[in-house]
Each structure stands twice: as structure tokens, then as C-alpha cells.
Design a protein around this ligand. Sequence first.
Ligand code: NCD
Length: 334
Amino acid sequence: MPDLVFDRPKHILSAGQFDRPFLDYIYELTNTIRKYDKSKDGLQYLQSLLTHRRAMLYFTQPSTRTFMSFQAACHILGMKPSEIRDSSTSSERKGESIEDSLRTFASYVDLIIMRSPVAGLSDRMACLLDETPRPVPIINAGSGPDEHPTQSILDIYTLQRSFKSASAIENKTICMVGDLKRGRTIRSLSRLLTNYPGVKLLFVSPPEFKIEDDLRQFLLKSKISFDETTNFLDAIGTADAIYMTRVQDEYDLGLGDSKRVDTSKYALKYQHLPLLKQECVIMHPLPRRSELDPAIDIDPRAKYWRQERNGMWTRVALITILMGVDQHIVLPRL
Ligand code: NCD
């Protein structure tokens, strides 16, 4: 493996904490880990790395892929995961504060992976735990409409794999479509893409779902080129990658607010495929609704099923870094 050229992170909280050396390292590390998957000996070696460690999956917001891929990543590394998926089954129901709950988890496990509907909660919990005698690492697996840093890592990995090299992301036009206001995957991925010179971001959404101003200001400051448009058909024809997202109606303030927004023009249909570039990469963090036509699944440019599997491998890589065993992953050793 290449040498670590960055400070090992204590927690994984925000896409803003990753720089290009880290992203390149994760890419190489994940590819190496995947080679171990090719044999029983290789997998048994991975499983031996963290048999002495326990993890907690604390997911109080719905999740299929992120939950299952983190759980599988723990199993791949021999870690034993426990889980809480609903705060009504924990002592929070009896009035225990989130601070006390997290401190309790930290008494029993060595890593906390958490998803919550509250923006910024994992940052707050990381600061809190850092002040205690057991400052276990925290991974933010989605914090409200705010951040989803591990998703953005797997998205970058998928772009790199699809474009065939790390530098190939540079100078590409990445088109993001849908509810850009409340989509945390969009926010985290946009931040990460500022690490790739020449990238152009094209945000396509109805006016009601435009990116938030804090992201706009961040992008202006980082000097990345970006544009915002409502013209879906023009945008998809210029894109090297299209990142579709669903309406995030769980964050509606009033009942049915999202239903009043016309999103019908922001759906990728089978009949749009001839408009796309020959090598265009089609992505979606999933789950999808009507914005992504299942008939597209058979097109070789559709990468979202690979993207979800890449999530498992990049999360294995992230856990090895956080737990300090990534340097044990060296090929050839099988
Ligand atoms: C995303 C999420 O939870 O933010 N899903 C995921 O983690 N794969 C996207 C979404 O729910 O729309």
C-alpha cells in the first residue's frame, strides 16, 4: 500500500475532512481489499484483522444499503456489530439524553456508526466522546439533510472505477439531478468533487429544490465551476456522469409540501438514453422512485448497482483506517 500521506482521521463526520491524498489512498486500499475477496484465504485474513473489536450500528432513520453494507463490512473484518434501529427500543424512550446514550454505547464498543435525522448530531457526539475516557471513533452514516460522507466516498470510488483512473475525474462534467436542497448525498459529493481540478458541476432541479446557499458559497470559495439549471434535457446531453436523486419528502415542513412541486421533468427515462454521451456514467445513491426508470438497468452505463456494492468495500477500507489496521493490507501476501 502507499504510505499514509495524511493524518489518520479520528472520526468520519463530514466530506469536508477529506483531501485528494486521502481519496486516492482509499481508492487504492479498496482495490487491494477487493483482491482479498477473490479467495477463501484472503477473506479469512481480512476476518482476522478486527476479531478483537466491536461496533455499534445506531440507526434511528430508515436505511437499507448503508446499514447492510456497514454490517457486512464489520463481518468482513471479523468485527461484531450490535444494533439499535429505533430509539423507542432504547432508554431514550425513558427520557435518557442522546449524550448519555452515546456514552453508554462507548462503554461497550470500539466504534459507533450512526445515522440520525438531526443535522450535525454526529459532530456533537464526537466532541462529547473526545472529552471522555473512552473516546471511540464515530462514523456519520447520514445526518439529516446535511451530510453523508461515506456515501460520497463510495460515489467518488465508483466514478474513478468507471472513468478507469483517479485523474480521469478531472475536467469532467458531473450533472446532479433532483432534490438538491435536502439531498445530503449531493451536498457531500459536491464537496468532495472540489478536490478534482477542472470538474464542472451542473445542478439540475426544479426551482423549489435548488442547492442551499451554504453549499453555493462553499463552491464559489473553492473556485470549482458550477451552474444551476432547470433544463434537464439540455444538461444530460453534456454530462460525463449523471447523479440522479429522489425527492426527500421526509423533510417536508408541511404535510405534502413536496407534492406541490412538479418533478416530472426531472426523471431519467429509457427513451433519454440516446441523448447521453457514449461513456456517460449513470448513478443514483438509491432508493429510487420514478426519477430513474428501471428499464435503464440493463444499459452498460448504469452503475448504481455496482455503486451500492462499492459501498461495502469502501466502508471496509474506511473502518480499517479508523481502527488502524489498514497498513496490514498489503499485497502480495496471499
Ligand atoms: C441516501 C440517503 O440515505 O441519504 N441513501 C443511501 O444512503 N444510499 C439517499 C436517499 O435516501 O435518497
